[in-house]
Design a protein around this ligand. Structure first.
Ligand SMILES: Cc1cc2nc3c(=O)[nH]c(=O)nc-3n(C[C@H](O)[C@H](O)[C@H](O)COP(=O)(O)OP(=O)(O)OC[C@H]3O[C@@H](n4cnc5c(N)ncnc54)[C@H](O)[C@@H]3O)c2cc1C
Length: 424
């Protein structure tokens, strides 16, 4: 006989776990299961933070929940198990061991995977991604025996990992990016160069508008027979020796089995503001959800912890039959090389109309640098904040309230003006 769950959750990350927690708090009788292809769930954000990466805290602090939590809350955690097929007619999910589970309500909280580096030879030892715990354990090991490393890509992963590797004692670190400046096109050149300046000051070499054409290998000191990366050759012929390469070129979602079942997808799983998919009783949350953001008035897919957590909660409320809209100005923070970098709302909208700058992008000045992004309706839709974290909360409130900048442009541009004064 097939096991039947009232609430079945695929993916046990922060979105899936928060959903399970919310469901249990509001429905004491229901049977709930989480299916996860990872054996045990952990705090993904800690993977790139110095406490964990540099082993300053006990390894066990990484776990999202203790095993006892699942037992106490009567949540079946089925780990190390991939969901492979969805049958929406019979409301079943097939697992990799051919077991079939029935559901009344299904949550797809399957997150994303690190996009693979599309080059021959990426199976070499020392080529590392930073998406899951098993990958980061390999990276930590590789870093310990590396004098030289490279990082590929110009986003959060490379920024955080360059700093981690420096702190871990790697002597030479080179960042290689295709883009003309860091975080292009999300940031403008001035902000990108500000970040690069801090990284260069921190000892990182930066190579722009270039890419690797060949990966070099070395199996001389390796008993396993697997070649280890020994360097890379760039398109312009430059050769860079390295024993570790960190790849941070974005995220992709494995949607085939979901798409095959008739769930509408784009880069992620399409959902409305209630986090409902196009099919009845199927919901989505977290990094995989491409949802209708009612504040920005567009469909967005985000990759941040608080968003995934809050969406897990809202999706659960809707699975319980309450009608709750997901409404939040998203934000993301990263720190490193003496910088605090935050972004909120939509920092790079298609219909960008005006950008108001506050402060200075000169690293030697203490003001920090904020950009307030305005759309064609004269409303604030996003912001980027480098060493000006104090601006983020008020800007988020202004985004949330569809604030029209009208006569306030000079106040917004004045770094000494307290933005809180504009909030009703
Ligand atoms: C190194 C790193 C650092 C980060 N730092 C920050 C930070 O500082 N701040 C911040 O806001 N965000 C950060 N993030 C992003 C944040 O971690 C994610 O936004 C968040 O974890 C997403 O949670 P989720 O539950 O949606 O997905 P995930 O955590 O990806 O969980 C999805 C789970 O579903 C599983 N799964 C997928 N398909 C299947 C299937 N078919 N069957 C069974 N299981 C499946 C996956 O293996 C995974 O375990 C960071 C991410 C990384 C990788």
């Amino acid at each position: 006989m097939q096991e039947k769950y009232k609430y079945l959750i695929i993916g046990g990350g922060i979105a899936g776990t928060t959903a399970a927690e919310t469901l249990r708090k509001n429905d004491n009788e229901a049977n709930i299961a989480i299916i996860s292809d990872e054996p045990r769930m952990y705090s993904r954000i800690m993977l790139s933070k110095s406490n964990f990466f540099l082993e300053k805290i006990p390894f066990d602090s990484i776990w999202l929940k203790e095993e006892k939590w699942y037992i106490d809350n009567r949540i079946d955690f089925i780990g190390d198990t991939l969901a492979t097929k969805l049958d929406t007619q019979n409301k079943t999910v097939k697992l990799k061991d051919d077991k079939i589970l029935q559901y009344e309500k299904l949550l797809l909280a399957t997150g994303g995977e690190a996009r693979e580096w599309p080059l021959p030879g990426t199976d070499k030892k020392g080529i590392c991604y930073v998406r899951d715990l098993s990958q980061v354990k390999i990276l930590m090991d590789s870093v310990r025996s590396s004098k030289q490393a490279i990082a590929i890509g110009s986003g959060f992963v490379s920024f955080e990992m360059c700093e981690m590797m420096k702190k871990a004692g790697v002597e030479e670190i080179t960042l290689i990016m295709r883009e003309p400046y860091y975080w292009y096109p999300v940031l403008d050149e001035e902000s990108g160069k500000m970040i690069e300046g801090a990284m260069i000051k921190g000892g990182i070499k930066i190579i722009r508008e270039n890419e690797v054409k060949e990966i070099l290998g070395d199996n001389s000191s390796n008993s396993s027979g697997q070649e280890r990366i020994s360097g890379v050759v760039l398109k312009d012929g430059t050769e860079i020796p390295c024993q570790t390469a960190v790849i941070g070129i974005g995220l992709s979602c494995n949607l085939d089995w979901i798409k095959n079942a008739g769930v509408e997808t784009n880069k992620g799983i399409l959902a409305n503001e209630y986090l409902e998919t196009n099919l009845p009783d199927i919901y989505t949350a977290g990094d995989v959800a491409e949802f209708n953001d009612i504040i920005l008035g567009e469909r967005v897919q985000l990759g941040n912890w608080i968003n995934a957590q809050k969406q897990g909660q809202v999706a659960a409320f809707n699975m319980l039959g309450k009608r709750e809209i997901f409404r939040m100005v998203s934000f993301y923070n990263a720190t490193g090389f003496g910088l605090s970098i935050s972004m909120s709302g939509d920092p790079c909208p298609k219909n960008i109309c005006n950008v108001i700058k506050r402060g200075s992008s000169n690293l030697n000045e203490a003001q920090g640098f904020t950009r307030i992004i305005i759309d064609q309706n004269n409303e604030i839709v996003g912001g980027t904040f480098i060493n000006r974290p104090q601006d983020m909360a008020p800007v988020n409130k202004l985004i949330e309230s569809n604030f029209k900048i009208s006569s306030h442009e000079s106040e917004l541009a004045n770094p000494n003006f307290d933005l809180k004064q504009l909030i009703n």
